[in-house]
Structures are given as structure tokens and as C-alpha cells.
Design a protein. Structure first.
Length: 250
């Protein structure tokens, strides 16, 4: 297969006649047939818990999630299941991802065309793509780095442009807070791609005019993903010994 195995992913299988109903009341975007859907589960306060891909295969729904989050996500789904007729179990499937011509059965990553495709069930080769460089260039957050459980708000993380939230689908956990941020406020903080000269550890504070303007995250090729407080951010900033530049036009 023309792709590489994503060794840090786990696939959860949902079966039973109430599986769509369960997900509809929980996640930010419902699965659709024959395509990957990027979605998330939030806290009641609207904060990120887990992001994942959903694939509706007719008689089952596959859920592709970061392995570190899989046990907690499965436990939470079981908690919300109550008496619903839904089976929740780990699926013995490998996740493969790649760029270029997709193999049979592969599906496009819905977040951005630059992220290529994903497939389930076949082994790929060793890692060969600099995914961090792609993420930084297009400001695509990663679970456990820019996406922090119980802290991140998904609209500040760009879920609108990543096709990770459906504002028309109705109620889901955390929907009221997300809708209020969407319709009643202007985002004052969020993830952006900045230019960086030098480097600094992930989590380094970004300073502007003697004040904390944000936090530095993934860095690659003279660029970085940063979480900025827009009213404090300036064209010239620092993160440790590195120089950081950002323009709202970028």
C-alpha cells in the first residue's frame, strides 16, 4: 500500500440500531455514508475532550481516535449509552495514511486536501511524510499538542475551517457554549501560523511589549503554530530566544 501506518491511532467500532442516535446527541458533527467525517466530543462547558474521524459503513460506524484518548472516550460513550442499543468495542484495524494517489478503499482526510487520505485494515510502510510541516503550513492542530483536553475551545482551534463542527445539527454536549461563541462573540484568541526565527520548546510563552501574548506550539521550516491573544499580539514578538512575527493578513 502507498502509505504509512499511523501507529498512534486506535479504531473503535459502534454497532446496534441506536448508534446514530447516540452519536447525534454527543458529537460536533454526524457521520455521513462513504466519507470520513471529522468530529469531536466536548465537555458540557464546551471544552475539547477528544477529536476523531467517523466512518459510517452501513451496519457499523468506525471511530478513528488517538490511542492515548481511546480508553477514556470509550468509557464516556458507554456512560452516555445508558439503555441504548449500541455496541462499543475496539476494532482490530490498522489506520494507514498517505499522500498522492489513494489506494482502493481510502478516503480523503476532511480537514484539508494537503493531508491526503486515510484507510483502514491494511498495513502501510514506515513513516515517510513530514506531517508536522503540513500541519504548521495550514494551521492544523494535533491532539495532545495544540488540542488540550479540558482546556481548548474548538472554535479557537479552527474547527470551522477544518469541517469539524456542524452548527446546524442541533444539540450535542457543549453545543450551547460553542453556538454562543459562534454567533454572539468575536474570537479574541485562537491558533494561527506565525513566522519564527530560531526555536523554542512547545509551550513557551510568546511575549509582546512586555506582556504574555500567547503560547508557541509545533514548529517547522521557519513557521510555527501559535495560540495568540489577538489584542496583545504584535508584528514583532519573542518566544524564549526566538523571534516571532505575525500579521492578521497571513
Amino acid at each position: 500500500m502507498n502509505g504509512e501506518t499511523a501507529t498512534d491511532r486506535t479504531v473503535i467500532r459502534l454497532t446496534g440500531e441506536d448508534r446514530h442516535h447516540l452519536l447525534h446527541g454527543l458529537v460536533t458533527r454526524d457521520p455521513v455514508a462513504n466519507a470520513l467525517t471529522y468530529s469531536a466530543l466536548l465537555t458540557p462547558q464546551g471544552k475539547f475532550l477528544a477529536d476523531f474521524f467517523l466512518l459510517d459503513q452501513g451496519d457499523e460506524i468506525l471511530l478513528d481516535v488517538k490511542s492515548d484518548l481511546a480508553p477514556g472516550l470509550a468509557k464516556r460513550l458507554m456512560m452516555y449509552r445508558l439503555r441504548s442499543r449500541v455496541g462499543i468495542e475496539a476494532a482490530d484495524l490498522t489506520v494507514t495514511r498517505g499522500l498522492g494517489e489513494p489506494p482502493t478503499g481510502a478516503l480523503a482526510d476532511p480537514r484539508h486536501p494537503a493531508l491526503g487520505w486515510r484507510a483502514f485494515g491494511s498495513e502501510g510502510g514506515p513513516a515517510s511524510v513530514d506531517w508536522d510541516a503540513i500541519r504548521v503550513a495550514h494551521c492544523i492542530p494535533e491532539t495532545g499538542v495544540e488540542l488540550i483536553p479540558d482546556e481548548t475551545f474548538i472554535l479557537e482551534a479552527g474547527f470551522d475551517r477544518l469541517a469539524g463542527v456542524d452548527h446546524r445539527k442541533g444539540c450535542y454536549v457543549g453545543q450551547e457554549v460553542t453556538a454562543r461563541m459562534k454567533h454572539k462573540t468575536t474570537l479574541r484568541k485562537g491558533l494561527v501560523t506565525v513566522q519564527i526565527d530560531g526555536s523554542a520548546p512547545v509551550g513557551t510563552q510568546i511575549m509582546a511589549g512586555g506582556k504574555v501574548a500567547g503560547t508557541l506550539f509545533t514548529q517547522s521550516g521557519g513557521q510555527a503554530i501559535a495560540y495568540l491573544r489577538f489584542e496583545r499580539a504584535g508584528a514583532e514578538m519573542t518566544a524564549g530566544d526566538a523571534s516571532v512575527r505575525w500579521s492578521e493578513a497571513d
